[in-house]
Ligand binder design. Structure first.
Ligand SMILES: NC(=O)c1ccc[n+]([C@@H]2O[C@H](COP(=O)([O-])OP(=O)(O)OC[C@H]3O[C@@H](n4cnc5c(N)ncnc54)[C@H](OP(=O)(O)O)[C@@H]3O)[C@@H](O)[C@H]2O)c1
Length: 368
């Protein structure tokens, strides 16, 4: 691997391992190099909001007076417009940097290639990373942001533990545990990295999950349940356990005594085909800055999301066990399809063995 790609990996690693959430912004990192050595690193910071390129340039300028012989590596095209910060492209031009290597073009129409063109017009040498794997890693970082910018919807990842026969619980509703301990640890990381977690009312009723990211500092901003007619606070009490997130109940009608349900937000949603309108629910989550939503079951809610093409990524932990039973919950409910040709095909499929489980991850639909 050449030096350029090695340095770009450094920027990727910084963005991939941010220890805080920047949603609805994408995680971005940048580095400034001089004669192949890193002299400045930066990631997007929130308080105060400063973009990665500016942080990296500021750090480099403390070490070197003139950056004209430096190279800037950034995982995302610098911003062109004045939003919550000034245009990074102008800061780069002002710094004198004459070469920039970029991972992904910004999908935001306010930016999309405008900064690249401005830099080129300023006689800055602009290169888009060519290595396929590195470009993919860079694009993966901005996928939720792309979904949000283009569709005003969050990027929905589904996580589910299933038996070999596609069941997610026994006929009594028992599902603890289908997946291995290691698989469940992976789920804690997924929770921690998500902005919001969404579940169906039956999962809440039967599993009584807390939905916390166990032993992780970073917790989801929102824990949400879809429940047409919430009646008693005891129905959602498990979500209050050691809670560090906002709890939202998406319902058709708020309960009469909702003011006394402490620390819980109710959001009324219209029905579509007798069920709560999931597009409205996801739009509401994206308006609250949640661009990474983890859907944790059950099968009925997943079926509705799949029918509506609202799922972007799937991660199934397939456990080598058979559950059986016609009345045991299936992994995917909903309307379904008539022909195999209509089936939802996974792309970018990854298969891993996790303890005794087969973990299959794939993307469902290129929405954007
Ligand atoms: N193995 C796993 O990974 C896993 C994960 C999660 C759950 N589970 C198991 O799965 C079982 C529960 O799953 P489930 O499929 O029966 O139910 P579910 O998907 O958890 O919940 C379905 C309920 O959500 C509410 N809902 C509101 N709007 C909806 C919409 N647009 N589409 C679909 N549902 C909507 C409805 O109840 P209201 O009428 O109250 O609104 C509906 O009956 C439990 O036994 C649990 O243990 C297993």
């Amino acid at each position: 691997m050449n030096d350029k790609n090695k340095l770009f990996i450094k920027a990727l690693e910084l963005a991939e391992n941010l220890s805080y959430k920047v949603s609805p912004r994408p995680p971005v990192a940048a580095i400034v190099t001089y004669k192949g050595e890193i002299i400045g690193e930066g990631v997007t910071t929130i308080d105060p909001l400063i973009h990665a390129e500016v942080n990296a340039i500021n750090a480099a300028e403390e070490k070197l007076k003139s950056l004209k012989d430096c190279v800037l590596y950034t995982t995302l095209e610098p911003c062109f417009h004045t939003g919550n910060t000034g245009p990074c492209v102008d800061r780069i031009i002002e710094s004198g940097i004459k070469k920039i290597i970029i991972g992904s073009v910004d999908p935001n129409p306010k930016v999309n290639k405008k900064s690249i063109n401005k830099l080129k017009n300023n006689k800055t040498d602009v290169e888009l990373i060519e290595n396929h794997d590195l470009k993919k890693r860079s694009d993966n970082l901005i996928e939720p942001f792309k979904m949000y910018i283009k569709n005003s919807l969050p990027f929905v990842t589904v996580k589910m533990a299933i038996s070999l026969d596609g069941k997610i619980a026994t006929k009594t509703g028992d599902s603890k545990w289908i997946s291995s301990e290691k698989s469940r640890e992976i789920v804690q990381d997924m929770r921690s990295k998500s902005d919001a977690i969404l579940i169906g009312s039956k999962t809440l009723e039967i599993d009584k999950p807390s939905l916390n990211a166990r032993n992780r500092t970073l917790q989801p901003k929102i824990k949400a349940v879809v429940k047409t007619a919430p009646n008693k606070i005891s129905e959602i009490e498990s979500l209050l356990l050691d809670n560090a997130s906002k709890i939202i109940v998406y319902c058709h009608k708020k309960p009469n005594n909702f003011e006394s349900w402490k620390d819980i937000d109710f959001v009324e949603v219209n029905k579509k085909n007798e069920k709560l309108d999931l597009v409205a629910i996801l739009k509401d989550l994206s308006e609250r800055g949640c661009i990474n939503v983890l859907m944790e079951g059950g099968g009925k809610l997943l079926g509705s999301l799949i029918d509506l093409n609202l799922v972007n990524k799937v991660r199934l932990f397939i456990s080598p066990m058979l559950i059986g039973g016609e009345s045991s919950a299936d992994s995917i409910g909903g309307e379904g399809i008539e022909f195999i040709s209509q089936s939802k095909k996974l792309t970018d499929v990854e298969v891993k063995i996790v303890e005794s489980d087969i973990m299959v991850t794939g993307k469902l639909k290129d929405h954007v």
